[in-house]
Design a protein around this ligand. Structure first.
Ligand code: CU
Length: 261
């Protein structure tokens, strides 16, 4: 089956899709109506027919109504588009729900750097996790993002969220999203930002709280010198750091796999 739309993965994705759908329906209606009238007249007034087309300049009132009435209908439909679009804009770009977590996103030629809060859920603390081209997000949590650009204008685009936001050098742009589905999806730069623009793709990984925490542990395990599982070695500063982050009950070193005899 062909997917008509890219999957929807954020709380506001449906609202954005509805704006696009309403514009497509309204413009589609007028397109088929005007094309229908056009081809009908082509047929009716073709050379071999007796009927001749009149040359009407629209100066008389009785002819003007063919212009003015459709015009009013189009204006009314424009108002519908404006209301739906402005409502979506205010919800997505101008209103900011309370943050349950914040990530920093930095665009540069040609990669994305993501700074995630660690287990304490706070940014700019010791347990932050920095990755290149992989953004890790917990579902059902309102995230704020702080978007920066190091060199030129980039655009942070997450199609499943229906989110696109320019990143401007010298500015920190704050926005938000809340993921609703799990899985790994595309992130792309949506602004021509130089010769490597096409390479500026990344992935977003959406996980439930438990799996998200498991990812945090995996990331830290790979960077710390864990030896609290080995009684022959002395615990070191890295292990202390681990227990500070994940709690005293959480083992830093995984038990060796029992391979059997
Ligand atoms: Cu870019």
């Amino acid at each position: 089956m062909i997917n008509w739309f890219v999957e929807r993965g954020s709380t506001y994705a449906e609202q954005i899709d509805n704006v696009i759908l309403i514009i497509a329906l309204i413009t589609g209606f007028w397109f088929f109506l005007t094309m229908g009238v056009f081809y009908y007249f082509l047929y009716k007034f073709q050379a071999k027919n007796v009927d001749r087309a009149m040359y009407i300049q629209g100066t008389e009132k009785k002819y003007k109504r063919f212009i003015t009435w459709p015009h009013f209908v189009i204006i009314a439909m424009d108002v519908v588009i404006i209301v739906v679009a402005v409502r979506a804009w205010v919800h997505v770009k101008q209103h900011l729900p309370k943050a349950e977590a914040t990530v920093r996103i930095i665009g540069q030629q040609w990669a994305w750097t993501f700074v995630h809060p660690g287990p304490d859920r706070k940014l700019d603390t010791e347990d932050d996790i920095t990755t290149i081209d992989h953004l890790h997000v917990e579902v059902d949590k309102a995230y704020h993002y702080k978007l920066l650009a190091k060199d030129v204008i980039h655009s942070f685009s997450v199609p499943i969220f229906r989110l696109k936001q320019d990143a401007i050098p010298g500015r920190t742009i704050t926005g938000w999203f809340e993921a609703t589905i799990t899985g790994s999806y595309d992130v792309q730069c949506a602004e021509m930002c130089g010769i490597g623009h096409g390479l500026m793709a990344a992935r977003i990984h959406l996980r439930k709280a438990k799996e998200h925490r498991a990812w945090q542990k995996k990331w830290w395990r790979s960077r710390l010198n864990c030896n609290d599982g080995d009684p022959k070695k002395k615990a070191n500063a890295d292990v202390a750091r681990w227990h500070k982050m994940f709690g005293p009950a959480e083992k830093c070193q995984l038990a060796p796999l029992a391979l059997g005899k």
